[in-house]
Structures are given as structure tokens and as C-alpha cells.
Design a protein around this ligand. Sequence first.
Ligand code: FES
Length: 111
Amino acid sequence: MIWHAVALTEDVAVGGVLPIEIDGQELVLWRSASGELAACDARCPHQWAHLGPGGAVDGEELVCLSHFWRFAIDGTASKLAMNGRRDDKGSVRTHQVRESDGGIEVAITTD
Ligand code: FES
């Protein structure tokens, strides 16, 4: 496993989304409302919207603003209906992320 230094802790505030690129792969870092840091592929598995400019954190989920699929920190996806029902959707690939000494590192998940 190769760790890549990609950002500073201060670059990803609570509720923030930061686009990054590692070896030509587009990813996003995002931090949930509780402060947990996550890394996933940047492209939404629905219609490929970029979750950097086109995503927003809502609580413990990253929401794609194109059609409102919601991604949990583990990458599982759902869509919340008006009546509160959650429908499962296609997951986004996640990557390992760690923070130390004010820096953020990511290890790419290989398929
Ligand atoms: S492109 Fe993300 S929900 Fe449709």
C-alpha cells in the first residue's frame, strides 16, 4: 500500500469537500459533520457528475447535487424519498485516508 500526501488537515473543514488527483485518478476528500474524514472516487456512479464542485456534505453523507444520491463514509449509496424511504443505489469506491501532524494521506484502493 502506498500512501500519498494530498492535503493539509486545514484544507478539509467540517462539511468541506476537496477535489484531489493521485496518479491521474480523480478523488474527493470530504469531512462529515462529526469530523470524520473520508476519501472516495470523484465521479458519481449515477451519471458521472464530479463530487468536488457538484457535491455537498449533509450530516454524515456526501450528497451528489445532480440527482441527490447520498454516499456514506463507507461508500454505500442511497436516495432519500420525500416520504423518508431510502432506496439503495450504486456505491462509490472509497480509499483509505489518515491524518497526522496536520497532513492528510490517501492510499488508493485497487480493484
Ligand atoms: S450524477 Fe450523481 S446522482 Fe446523478
